[in-house]
Design a protein around this ligand. Structure first.
Ligand code: GLA
Length: 385
């Protein structure tokens, strides 16, 4: 296969100025806690979006999605959300960068650029291919035009782009992880202060395996935004009674029990429990107690499925099917939910057998093929030499 560098050259008749790779992510624990001021524990993985970029002079953006065989051309000024979603991930961050530059009377970006994109992050599998694309583009623009943006600034801008152009009110986890990943380390991010700490992941005899339901999370964005609203509602009700409460970090389970009812109660109970669980889980990690860590992953799944209600029959099936297997330390649905992957910590010597048996069972029960990915933890967004 031709390199992205050569494909860009073939397409635009000149060499790209630079090539950037940005990874997808896993999240070990801490789900739906990022937009609730909690903690998350993600890591960047060995699946990437790659972009090749070069300048133009006519104020246009030429975007080529190599895997899809699609090209879209737009003027860089006055960008608005586009009918084609992959385009939104690009122009969303361009819009962020452009507005930021305009505010300082900088016109660097106005001349436009050419960009080619390709990747091997499965789409809609909950591995944050969209965040990887946003981060790759922004990182490339930052290098190309010396915008002096820090990785955290880029993460925040990519998150804002997702809100305004893709219409998902996501938290910061995916972009943060793609940009800040380090080989063999998970990152504990405090989503309130944005302080973060790297934790070495030494799994020794174990592997991180993702089982892909092959369900594309179509419901995901509308239900995701709903969950966010329900949490905001719950927080507000508690704040009316307890004025000192600023965020979910200040809320106790007792207050949830006392103040809330029905769905809002369920959502907030899960969030408060999950925030506490992540803090305990990193202690397990520091002690190397992966048994205890894995147990918490199962508890998270239970909460996401029964209280937060963002699972689906296929995800539940995959977690239940491995729950009593002694070679599986932990398993749970991962990411936004309603499809995508489960994340599993499985003894290396048992991976093949478990995968084979699970594929057959899944196929029989759900009439779908099961894909799986044995992942390694890798560095975040970087230039390709
Ligand atoms: C999606 C969002 C993240 C996060 C997860 C759930 O991946 O993009 O911000 O909220 O869902 O933990």
């Amino acid at each position: 296969m031709l390199s992205i560098h050569s494909q860009f050259s073939n397409h635009f008749n000149y060499s790209p100025a630079l090539v950037v790779k940005s990874p997808g992510r896993i999240n070990l624990i801490g789900e739906h806690t990022d937009y609730n001021h909690g903690f998350v524990l993600p890591a960047a993985i060995d699946k990437y979006i790659e972009v090749a970029i070069g300048k133009r002079t006519d104020g246009a953006i030429h975007m080529v999605a190599l895997d899809l065989g699609e090209t879209i051309i737009l003027p860089i000024d006055n960008l608005t959300p586009h009918a084609t979603q992959w385009v939104n991930y690009i122009i969303g961050v361009v819009d962020q960068a452009f507005n930021r530059m305009k505010a300082t009377n900088e016109t660097k970006l106005a001349a436009g650029f050419n960009i080619c994109i390709q990747g091997n992050i499965p789409l809609g599998a909950g591995l944050s291919s969209s965040a990887a694309l946003e981060c790759a583009v922004l990182f490339a623009l930052n290098e190309l035009y010396n915008l002096s943006l820090s990785r955290m600034q880029m993460a925040l801008m990519a998150q804002a782009a997702e809100h305004t152009f893709a219409g998902v009110k996501c938290g910061i986890m995916d972009m943060f992880a793609s940009l800040h990943g380090q080989k063999n380390k998970a990152i504990l991010l405090d989503c309130e202060s944005l302080a973060f700490t790297y934790y070495p992941i030494e799994l020794k005899d174990y592997s991180i395996v993702l089982f892909d339901t092959q369900i594309k999370h179509a419901l995901a964005s509308s239900e995701y935004n709903n969950r966010r609203l329900e949490c905001e509602q719950g927080l507000k009700i508690i704040q009316e009674k307890y004025a000192f409460v600023k965020t979910f970090r200040d809320i106790s389970l007792e207050q949830v029990e006392e103040c809330l009812a029905s769905k809002v109660y369920q959502r907030c109970k899960y969030v408060v429990e999950e925030i506490a669980r992540v803090q305990l889980a990193v202690k397990d990690l520091a002690k190397g107690d992966m048994q205890a860590f894995g147990k918490k992953m199962f508890e998270t799944h239970e909460g996401l499925s029964k209280l937060y209600e963002v699972s689906c029959p296929e995800l539940d099936f995959l977690v239940e099917a491995v729950a009593s297997n002694e070679n599986v330390l932990g398993a749970r649905m991962m990411g936004g939910g309603f499809g995508g992957c489960t994340i599993n910590i499985i003894k290396k010597t048992a991976v093949e057998e478990i995968t084979k048996a699970l594929s057959a069972k899944y196929n029989q029960a759900m009439h779908k093929e099961l894909s799986y990915y044995i992942t390694s933890i890798e560095d975040g967004t970087h230039l390709v030499a």
